[in-house]
Write a protein that binds this ligand. Structure first.
Ligand code: IPD
Ligand code: CA
Ligand code: CA
Length: 275
């Protein structure tokens, strides 16, 4: 159904994510330029920019008419991200790309980062590929066809309560708005769950929810490219994806809540209390 020419959308997403990931991995420890974006917590390197260029070139080679929204093509800050997404809202096919999700980890050599690529058709994500080059794990999903890792069908975990759950979050670089809200969420949810993890890549945390390795994930103040691929992976693995107040996921959602489904309402209740 989603085939143009000889390559399917999914094949291009897989090929592009894995090529970019291998290139990024080959640059680990060899970063030449570390620049700050919005704040001293928000880093970007020449590898982020190079990877996005490589991804754009590969996608446009196959689909020259498609649109691409990539993190490194957008000015920093929530207003610019929202505007960039709005400006592309008419695109029939929109690729949403985070060339490195987890740049801080990449800079420090902490092996938890990934390439995240989603394809939306008229605003709905239909293909997702997340590649973790350090573990050589490629997560793939197609709308209505399930999610896969190494040929195995992914399924979310079965924990029924917060008390049984391993939940992840992030510490966002926006210290004015997003970080304080997230810390309030940590104070509220931390004591109720089995444990919390904050490993520094929203997209990879979401892939872990899809794979049943985490029961849930939330973070305030994310961008479309952090979560678009992860959202489809989780939906296709039987989980639930909304904003932190329980409203349906759209590309514009910035306050992400993604779970195995069972703990979703409990998470919404806790997060709504502190927002
Ligand atoms: C960041 C990571 C991090 C999250 C931040 C994101 P980047 O993305 O996903 O885990 O806490 O909010 O900005 O900058 O590494 O692509
Ligand atoms: Ca990101
Ligand atoms: Ca990034």
């Amino acid at each position: 159904m989603y085939t143009i020419g000889s390559k399917s959308f999914t094949a291009v997403a897989i090929n592009t994510a894995s090529k970019a990931g291998e290139w990024i991995k080959s640059k680990l420890g060899g970063i030449r330029e570390i620049n700050l974006k919005q704040s001293s917590q928000d880093l970007v390197t020449e590898i982020d920019k190079g990877a996005e260029k490589l991804i754009r070139n590969l996608i446009l080679t196959h689909f020259p008419d498609h649109s691409i929204l990539g993190e490194e093509g957008v000015e920093p800050g929530p207003a610019a991200s929202a505007k960039a997404l709005q400006d592309m809202s008419d695109a029939e096919y929109l690729w949403i790309v985070d060339p490195i999700d987890g740049t801080t980890n990449f800079v420090h050599g902490f092996p938890f980062f990934c390439v995240s690529i989603a394809l939306a058709h008229r605003g709905e994500v239909i293909v997702a590929a997340i590649y973790d080059p350090m573990k050589d794990e490629l997560y793939v999903a197609e709308k209505g066809k399930g999610a896969y890792l190494r040929g195995k069908v992914l399924q979310v975990s079965g924990e029924q309560t917060l008390a049984q759950s391993l939940v992840a979050t992030g510490f966002p670089p926006d210290q004015q708005y997003a970080l304080p809200l997230n810390l309030a969420g940590v104070a509220s949810i931390g004591p109720k769950v089995r444990n919390l993890r904050v490993a520094g890549s929203a997209a990879l945390h979401m892939a872990y929810v899809a794979a049943g390795r985490l029961s849930g994930f939330w973070e305030i103040g994310l961008n479309s490219w952090d979560v678009a691929a992860g959202a489809l992976l989780i939906q296709e693995s039987g989980g639930r994806v909304t904003d932190t107040e329980g409203r349906p996921y759209t590309l514009a959602v910035r306050n992400m809540l993604a779970t195995n489904g069972h703990i979703h309402d409990e998470m919404v209740t806790e997060l709504t209390k502190v927002q």
